[in-house]
Design a protein around this ligand. Structure first.
Ligand SMILES: [Zn+2]
Length: 214
C-alpha cells in the first residue's frame, strides 16, 4: 500500500473518531426501556417492599454497558437512611471508577424519580443524563411518603453548577408504576411475577414461586 494512501486512511479514521466522540448521543426509546428494565435486576425480587433500583450506564462504550447497580438498602430499621437506590449505585460506581471520576460520561437510570437528596447527588456528581420511570407524584398517589420536591425543581436550582445533566422522565412507566402500586394501597395490583398472599406486616404481594409454597 502506498504511504500516502495509508496516511489518508488513518486521517479518515481519526476524523471519524472525533466526529463520533463529539456527536450528541442519540439513544433509541427501545434502548432507554432496555436499561430501565435493568433497574429491576438490581432488586433481587419482582415485588420487594421497597423496589427502588438504579443502574448506571456508559452509553459511550460499544456496546453500551452497565457500570454498577444499586437498590434501596434503607429497609432495616432505618439503619441506612441515605442508602436509597441511587446513592447505593453511586457508591458502587465510586468503587469501580476510583479517583478517576468520569461521571460526565455516565447515565443514571432509576425506576422512580429521585428524591431531593439523590437528585442533588446526581447533580453534584455531574452525570451526563438522569433517566427515571415513576414520578414522585405517582408515588404520592399510591400513599408513599415523599419529600414533595421534584427532580426538575432541584435541577432548575442547580444551574450555577459547572456541569450539565440532561433529565428524562416517565420512561417505561407501564412497568415501573406497578412496582409501587401495592405496598400502601389496598387496591393496587401485584406486579408481574408476583401473587397476592396477605400476610400481616409483611406485605401482601410475594413472588409466585414463594407464594405457591405457602
Ligand atoms: Zn433518594
Amino acid at each position: 500500500m502506498h504511504f500516502s494512501t495509508l496516511s489518508n486512511i488513518v486521517l479518515f479514521l481519526q476524523i471519524c473518531f472525533v466526529l463520533a466522540s463529539n456527536a450528541p448521543m442519540e439513544i433509541s426509546q427501545e434502548m432507554r426501556e432496555h436499561f430501565m428494565r435493568e433497574t429491576f435486576t438490581a432488586l433481587g425480587s419482582p415485588c420487594p417492599r421497597y423496589p427502588f433500583g438504579t443502574v448506571i450506564v456508559n452509553h459511550t462504550a460499544t456496546p453500551p454497558k452497565i457500570i454498577c447497580k444499586g437498590h434501596n438498602m434503607n429497609n432495616i430499621h432505618n439503619a441506612y437512611p441515605q442508602l436509597h437506590g441511587e446513592m447505593a449505585a453511586i457508591i458502587e460506581c465510586t468503587k469501580v471508577l476510583g479517583t478517576s471520576g468520569g461521571w460526565k460520561d455516565l447515565s443514571l437510570y432509576t425506576n422512580a424519580e429521585a428524591c431531593p437528596m439523590c437528585a442533588s447527588a446526581i447533580r453534584w456528581a455531574g452525570f451526563k443524563e438522569y433517566i427515571y420511570g415513576t414520578s414522585i407524584k405517582t408515588l404520592i398517589d399510591h400513599n408513599w411518603v415523599q419529600i414533595e420536591i421534584s427532580s426538575h425543581e432541584v435541577f432548575q436550582k442547580s444551574e450555577t453548577l459547572k456541569s450539565e445533566t440532561a433529565i428524562i422522565g416517565s420512561v417505561l412507566t407501564s412497568e415501573t408504576d406497578p412496582l409501587f402500586a401495592w405496598q400502601f394501597s389496598a387496591h393496587g395490583q401485584c406486579p408481574h411475577g408476583c401473587m397476592e398472599v396477605p400476610r400481616p406486616g409483611r406485605g401482601r404481594c410475594v413472588p409466585e414461586d414463594i407464594g405457591l409454597e405457602l
